[in-house]
Design a protein around this ligand. Structure first.
Ligand code: PGA
Length: 241
């Protein structure tokens, strides 16, 4: 992992208000001063803060992403939702799609696929989340589930599109439990074996309870291109691990 650019994507979920903008000032400073340019930081705050983040991060190398979109590319009567074009118009560069917290609420493969197609049409970078539940893992269904999520979610997407896959075992999100390196490496290899046939340009990240306590060990996995970080990303100190 030493010579490549690592992604640190902060998923703020439903946390943060205008006061939280102060906390990213340190991160901006760090990214400016750091001689090593071997990281890429992306903040995905809630919708309410997107505009402020785009504005605050404008003169830095840090970019802004959203946490979801509606599956329709066109404008329409969808109360409470926003589409990919609205994000693009705001200056947002990335969007998280397929997060397990949304899959649990009923988001299905078809919707996820439509969202990804819409995001790509709007020239947003997609952070596509996949991962097995604890039940599926216990029943040795991890590979079947991951393959199904990838094949369905990325259906019809051109080989030239850039895609960021975030492998997030559901049992690891917010629990403090992280897969051991052997298991993680095996799953990342499996994901890579499918993704590398479908795309020329891809990154594979890990997400789930990443923190300053486990990052060194995770960094030992050379196949990983970085992390999608939830809880720990709200503190600027923790994000830069
Ligand atoms: P966590 O969340 O780091 O708090 O486990 C990760 C995520 O849900 O993206």
């Amino acid at each position: 992992m030493t010579n490549k650019i690592r992604y640190f994507i902060a998923n703020w979920k439903m946390y943060g208000d205008l006061g939280s903008l102060k906390s990213i000032k340190n991160v901006i400073k760090f990214s400016r001063l750091s001689k090593s340019k071997k990281f890429k930081i992306i903040y995905c705050p809630p919708y309410t803060l997107l505009s402020d983040f785009v504005d605050t991060l404008k003169k830095s190398s840090i970019e802004t992403g959203a946490q979801n979109i509606h599956e329709n590319y066109d404008f329409g009567a969808h109360t409470g939702f926003i589409n990919s074009k609205m994000l693009k118009n705001l200056g947002v560069k990335y969007v998280i799609i397929g997060h397990s917290e949304n899959r649990t609420l009923g988001e299905d493969h078809k919707q996820i696929n439509k969202k990804i197609l819409s995001a790509i049409k709007s020239k947003l970078n997609v952070i596509f989340c996949i991962g097995e539940t604890s039940f599926q893992r216990k029943n040795k269904k991890t590979n079947i589930i991951l393959k199904k999520q990838i094949m369905n979610g990325l259906k019809g997407i051109g080989k030239k599109c850039k895609i960021i896959v975030a492998y997030e075992p559901v049992w690891s999100i917010g629990t403090g439990v992280v897969p051991n390196n052997l298991e993680l490496e095996k799953n990342i290899k499996f994901i890579k074996s499918i993704i590398s046939k479908k795309f020329n340009n891809y990154k594979i990240l890990y997400g789930g309870s990443v923190s300053p306590n486990n990052i060194k060990k995770l960094n030992m996995i050379d196949l990983l291109d970085g992390y999608l970080i939830g809880g720990a990303s709200q503190s600027s100190k923790n994000l830069l691990i």
